[in-house]
Design a binder for this molecule. Structure first.
Ligand code: DUC
Ligand code: ZN
Ligand code: ZN
Length: 476
């Protein structure tokens, strides 16, 4: 009896996973990978990968989409445009943030965020929570219940007036993470130091975008990183330090690991491909495009970040996509004007360029292995947030989220990107590879030139228990 054809067979793939690189066909049925091997039977649809590298679809575990902002500021990307851009850059799972408002309920924030996402996403999505007001009701009822329902990670901020927690509040939140096996993510910058420096800069008339970096020097991040590690040690719980920007924070994390502490770390493209010079040399406003926090540092710090990507210090490589248009009152010109740096919304776009930048400069530039690329962009983020092996893997039973890589030069032009932001910080950067095909649950969402929309294709993913602890073997 003839066996039924597969829905799809991706033939002649050079399959790259976090542990291996091998040649195989990949058979897909019902949106999942059902067979892997050479010479597989027929598919109703067949695609020839022609020996090109195929990796798991990316998991961007830190991005901001349609997150409510104080008017008039508004994020440029919602779940439609943000996940469109993700898919065209090889990312098939996004994890943005349902943010609690101070004085508001966490559950209400989650319900509101579901309304924003429902029926709009082109790739699958899960939610992190942002805890900005850890009241007894949040700590004792809302948070434990939400963890049970699949919101197993939450971010706390040590800076930003509308979000920041004090040390005692952070300890309370970490205690909930410990009790319920959730993952705590920490934005580590010292708020009082930033405020003190910002006031002095402003009083001296130093308000141009480039002074954003002067208000947030590395020591501000170093001190907060150390404090975050100490708070986690006190509670005895793993933590993940997000968007690590350079040497001094890296040193704190290495110190923690050397002392046996479970401290995970994330970094982002802006700390490899931008420097503080991109905020401008003079009083030009153009640098507002690259304002993000922590700010980009310098070349020596970029090298340290590359070192941590190479040797296993970092587990997760995310975009921290925070999309604000340069023109207009909703974005980098709040109120329609050139504003002092402290009033410029923080964040840059990067969902679509995250994977191609790291593949080009990391893998093809000889700085990291292909397996490490997969680990950083897909497998480890999926494990850190309880989505593995459904996501972040090329294995039987995993979702058929796949990227076929095309080598060759391609210049990044914002006009070619699919987000709703009016610029990219990487305009003119020459890539060495780009996704020629992105499959999301076995459907072609991007074919190298065309995006294939189907809003609502993306489903909400409840997260399981985080299953990633730092590797110690490769560290000093
Ligand atoms: N910094 C953050 O902490 N979040 C969004 C963007 C940014 O620059
Ligand atoms: Zn942050
Ligand atoms: Zn962020």
């Amino acid at each position: 009896m003839a066996t039924a054809p597969f829905d799809l067979v991706l033939r002649n793939a050079r399959v790259a996973t976090a542990s291996d690189v091998f040649d195989a066909d990949i058979a897909v049925s019902g949106g999942r990978i059902v067979q892997l091997g050479q010479g597989l039977g027929p598919g109703r649809r067949e695609i020839d990968a022609a020996g090109r590298v195929v990796t798991p679809g990316g998991v961007d575990a830190h991005c901001h989409l349609d997150q409510p902002m104080a008017p008039p500021v508004r994020m440029a990307d919602d779940f439609d445009t943000g996940t469109r851009s993700a898919a065209c850059g090889g990312t098939t799972t996004v994890i943005p943030f349902a943010a609690q408002e101070k004085g508001g309920s966490l559950r209400a924030a989650v319900a509101d965020y579901h309304r924003r996402a429902e029926g709009r996403a082109h790739v699958d999505y899960a939610f992190h929570l942002i805890v900005s007001d850890p009241t007894p009701a949040v700590l004792q009822q809302e948070l434990p219940a939400l963890i049970q329902e699949g919101y197993t990670s939450f971010k706390v901020y040590m800076t930003y007036d509308d979000l920041k927690l004090d040390d005692g509040q952070i300890l309370d939140v970490l205690a909930v993470a410990r009790q319920h096996g959730a993952m705590a993510m920490i934005h580590a910058e010292n708020a009082d130091c930033i405020e003190w420096l910002s006031q002095r800069l402003e009083a001296a008339g130093r308000t141009a975008p480039r002074f954003h970096a002067h208000a947030r020097p590395m020591l501000v991040e170093r001190e907060a990183t150390h404090r975050a590690i100490a708070l986690a040690e006190l509670v005895d719980v793993p933590v993940l330090i997000v968007h690590v920007s350079g040497r001094e924070a890296v040193e704190q994390i290495r110190w923690a690991r050397a002392h046996g502490l479970n401290v995970l770390a994330e970094t982002c493209p802006q700390y490899l491909f931008l420097t503080a010079d991109d905020l401008g040399h003079d009083d030009s406003y153009q640098g507002a495009r690259c304002i993000c926090s922590p700010p980009p540092r310098d070349r020596a710090n970029q090298d340290v970040i590359w070192g941590g990507l190479h040797d296993g210090l970092f587990s997760v490589f995310s975009s921290d996509h925070a999309p604000f248009c340069f023109d207009g009152a909703e974005g980098k010109h709040p109120g329609g004007e050139e504003a002092p740096f402290r009033h410029i919304p923080n964040g840059i776009p990067g969902l679509e360029t995250r994977m191609p930048l790291l593949y080009s400069e990391g893998v093809l530039g000889g700085r990291i292995t292909l397996q490490r690329f997969v680990e950083l962009t897909a497998t480890h983020p999926a494990r850190a947030y309880g989505l593995h092996p459904r996501k972040g893997a090329i294995a039987i039973g995993s979702d058929a989220d796949l990227v076929v890589w095309q080598e060759g030069e391609r210049v990044i032009r914002n006009a070619d990107l699919h987000h709703a932001v009016d610029y990219t910080p990487y305009e003119g950067h020459v890539l060495r590879a780009w996704p020629a095909l992105t499959l999301a649950s076995g459907e072609v969402v991007w074919d190298g030139t065309q995006f294939h929309p189907r809003p609502g294709r993306g489903r909400f993913l409840p997260c399981g228990t985080p299953s990633l602890l730092p590797r110690r073997s490769t560290l000093p």
